[in-house]
Design a protein around this ligand. Structure first.
Ligand code: SAM
Length: 262
């Protein structure tokens, strides 16, 4: 059996720490200066360990832990929208998926998880300081999961690197655009969408949704769904019963799902 390279520890409040099991003493954000390998190697899944004042429980490093403990820079797509995007696009093993921009790699981790080892995942990002964070998050996934897609990262804007994208795969089953200017990106890559394939545009404001809608139709795509997803969490009330929790009921983005029929 290969030695475990990464492990996950959860605090009582749900905060997750993802730790690389390297030799030697070093500073780990949120945990202080420790020798991770010496301290954690003997701790089994489900067991507790005390680090400073914190009681941590070792847990399997599954997708939700990867998301909670991920490195962050650009705003990420969360489970609420990622679940809808990946299921409505029908992404699965052996598919080819194009994603721009990679940002922090939040959505990329969901895509990698469901593509498994037979899929192709191409990511594009012009800002190297964002890509560095995303690629580190994906490295954790690749080194922790039994399956991981053939992943290719391209530096640049999606408009500039269309040739490099098509050199990796001439066509794609799914294209996801989470970037500020959708129309030029849509015009650059829509011709690479397979018949039966779908494109999603993630649009924080309505003008982006409208512009993306028009550009998709100009490219001969049909709009299959447009809208936003509302999520309301429930919890236990202090005097008994369960009810919606007091907390954010926030807007994340408008989603546009477009389909290539012919
Ligand atoms: C909100 S972030 C993406 C977040 C990502 N979906 C996640 O879940 O972590 C948007 C990213 O698009 C990138 N971007 C902006 N214009 C772009 C373009 N023309 N082509 C590719 N990426 C672009 C930005 O640099 C930024 O990192």
């Amino acid at each position: 059996m290969n030695p475990v390279k990464w492990s996950a520890f959860v605090e009582a409040d749900g905060r997750v720490h993802i730790v690389e099991m390297l030799d030697g003493v070093r500073k780990i954000k949120g945990l202080g200066v420790i020798d991770a390998k010496e301290l954690f190697s003997g701790i089994d899944i489900g067991e507790e360990v005390l680090v400073g004042q914190k009681v941590l429980t070792r847990v399997p490093l599954r997708l939700p832990e990867m998301g909670k403990g991920m490195l962050r820079r650009a705003q990420t797509i969360s489970a609420k929208d990622a679940g809808f995007i990946t299921s409505r696009m029908g992404i699965g093993p052996s598919d080819s998926v194009l994603e721009a921009g990679i940002g922090s790699g939040g959505l990329s981790m969901y895509i990698a998880r469901i593509l498994g080892s037979s899929g192709i995942h191409v990511t594009v990002e012009p800002r190297s300081e964002h890509a560095d964070v995303a690629l580190e998050n994906l490295r954790r996934c690749e080194e922790s999961w039994t399956e991981f897609p053939s992943h290719h990262h391209i530096e640049g804007t999606i408009e500039e690197v269309a040739n490099e994208i098509s050199a990796i795969s001439p066509s794609y089953d799914a294209i996801i655009l989470d970037l500020p200017e959708h129309p030029s990106a849509i015009h650059a890559v829509a011709s690479m969408l397979n018949i039966g394939g779908r494109m999603v545009c993630y649009c924080p404001v309505t003008s982006q949704l409208e512009n993306a809608w028009i550009a998709c139709e100009e490219e001969g795509l049909e709009i299959e769904w447009a809208g936003e997803l509302i999520q309301r969490q429930w919890g236990k009330a202090s005097k008994g019963g369960v009810r919606p929790v007091n907390g954010p009921f926030g807007h994340t983005a408008f989603l546009l799902l477009a389909y290539r029929r012919e």
